[in-house]
Design a protein around this ligand. Structure first.
Ligand SMILES: [Ca+2]
Ligand SMILES: [Ca+2]
Ligand SMILES: [Ca+2]
Length: 467
């Protein structure tokens, strides 16, 4: 692709210095984002409820319901005995799988028994828009200010599954007498399921460091994301009675020592690993027609890298075929994600976290819940109609024209072309005529994106397709 005009200069500028823009362009789908709720304090779990409201835990001890259209917020529980410090507080939540018949809500939170931080899973009943009748399912789980895991789900066979972290004591993960560094499985009345792998024990799997994402996908596979330290974050398929290797194995079984260990102890190897670490967190399975590009994929939020990752799965769900990154550094740390029945998704930021906010965060409106949905804007029109690209799509060349009404006066207009990952390919300072041409030339066919900037202000954006 070449750009022709009378006067030009081409240079690239750092992507992160530009303001963010509203839309994300996939192969055939345009996504938009809307803020549903703001000024929350570290939302940890978000769930799309059977009542079509968002159910949210906030780490300081509140459970709230948020109307996804109006943003109306109702507090349905305020805990008074939460131990709230750093990564400790009210964490995971799950609803009964048949909620319309049995309105039960399961939460997990840390508390202080007078000497030590502990954690408990408590079942509540939802009645008259509040949570009542707490029943403790498991308590006295050792907790800490970091590495508590604590993602919670319920399964159709009426079990609660919870991830626990190693509470900064890595040896606990391989100790099957400890509930830390494990996946736990418990009946809805707090008893141990008869078909758990170790008789009389809540343990379902072990050898985990700090798993903070857990989803039972429609394909029947239980996936979990797990934080490492500086390297070897993991994505695992959780199976009954399996050992996931921590601390002897980190990430893949790829060093000679790890290979031998994995062989000897039949370690279940991660299906994906990240070095350097990204702090993978909330996990959901996406398989909706609304965003066809994301069908049969895992959605993963990250804390350290401030992004949403879409991990496309193989048909059998056993491995990852591609990973795409969206919203990088746009909203800050992303803690959790949920999918609505219409295919929209919702993500929660985690910028009020009190250990370390990422650069530029928190902002006064944090924390937020953001909806990601399919945009109804025309696919190839520019957003503000200031730039016209015609024809579009094109076969040989196309013309860029800036609306004369806009370009009057002294404007510092730049036309910037970038790829789907946001990498700037070319930047053009528009000449006085405000017209340029793009030729297909030797460039690959495909979708390209553009922005018109006046100084550092984005005044219009859109995309074009080369056939
Ligand atoms: Ca969730
Ligand atoms: Ca592992
Ligand atoms: Ca390794």
């Amino acid at each position: 692709m070449r750009i022709y005009y009378f006067l030009y200069s081409i240079f690239t500028i750092s992507f992160s210095t530009l303001p963010s823009y509203a839309q994300v362009y996939l192969d055939s789908t345009v996504l938009q984002t809307d803020i549903v709720a703001d000024k929350l304090d570290t939302p940890w779990e978000i769930i799309w409820g059977p009542d079509d409201w968002l159910w949210v835990t906030e780490r300081e001890g509140r459970v709230i319901r948020i109307h996804p259209e109006t943003g109306e917020t109702k507090q349905i529980l305020q805990l008074t005995n939460v131990y709230r410090f750093q990564a400790a507080g009210l964490l995971g939540m799950a609803l009964h799988p048949n909620f319309s018949d049995t309105a039960q809500v399961f939460i997990v939170y840390t508390y202080n028994d007078g000497e030590k931080a502990k954690e408990k899973i408590v079942r509540y009943t939802y009645q008259n828009d509040v949570l009542v009748k707490p029943l403790v399912l498991i308590d006295n789980i050792p907790a800490a200010t970091i590495r508590n895991g604590s993602r919670l789900i319920t399964t159709p066979d009426r079990k609660v599954i919870m991830t626990t972290g190693d509470i900064n004591q890595p040896k606990l993960a391989q100790n099957i007498n400890s509930l830390n560094g494990k996946t736990l499985r418990v009946n809805f009345d707090g008893s141990v399921p008869e078909d758990n792998p170790i008789p009389g024990s809540y343990i379902w799997s072990w050898g985990h460091r700090n798993p903070q994402g857990l989803v039972l996908a429609d394909n029947g596979i239980l996936y979990s994301s797990e934080h490492a330290d500086s390297s070897d974050d993991e994505l695992n398929i959780i199976e009954k009675g399996r050992n996931y290797g921590w601390i002897d194995v980190q990430g893949y079984c790829d060093t000679p020592e790890e290979k031998a260990y994995c062989n000897n102890y039949q370690i279940k190897e991660a299906i994906s690993a990240w070095t350097p670490s990204i702090a993978p967190c909330g996990l959901e399975y996406y398989n909706h027609d609304a965003i066809p590009e994301w069908k049969n994929a895992l959605l993963l939020t990250t804390l350290k890298h401030d992004d949403l990752r879409v991990l496309k799965l193989t048909e059998d769900g056993q491995s990852i075929v591609s990973e795409n990154i969206y919203f990088d550094n746009r909203f800050g740390r992303l803690r959790d994600v949920c999918v609505a029945p219409n295919g929209d998704l919702y993500v929660a930021t985690s910028n009020r976290h009190d250990t370390k906010a990422n650069s530029g965060f928190p902002i006064p409106s944090d924390d937020k819940i953001i909806r990601i949905s399919v945009s109804t804007a025309p696919r190839y029109a520019s957003e503000k109609n200031i730039v016209k690209v015609f024809p579009n799509p094109f076969n040989t060349f196309t013309t860029i024209q800036v609306d004369g009404k806009y370009s009057k006066g002294s404007k510092n207009l730049r036309f910037q072309i970038y790829d789907r990952l946001g990498q700037t390919i070319q930047e053009v300072v528009l000449p006085s005529q405000q017209v340029a041409q793009i030729s297909k030339d030797s460039h690959q066919p495909g979708v390209y994106f553009y922005r018109l900037l006046d100084g550092n202000q984005i005044v219009d954006s859109g995309r074009f397709l080369i056939n």
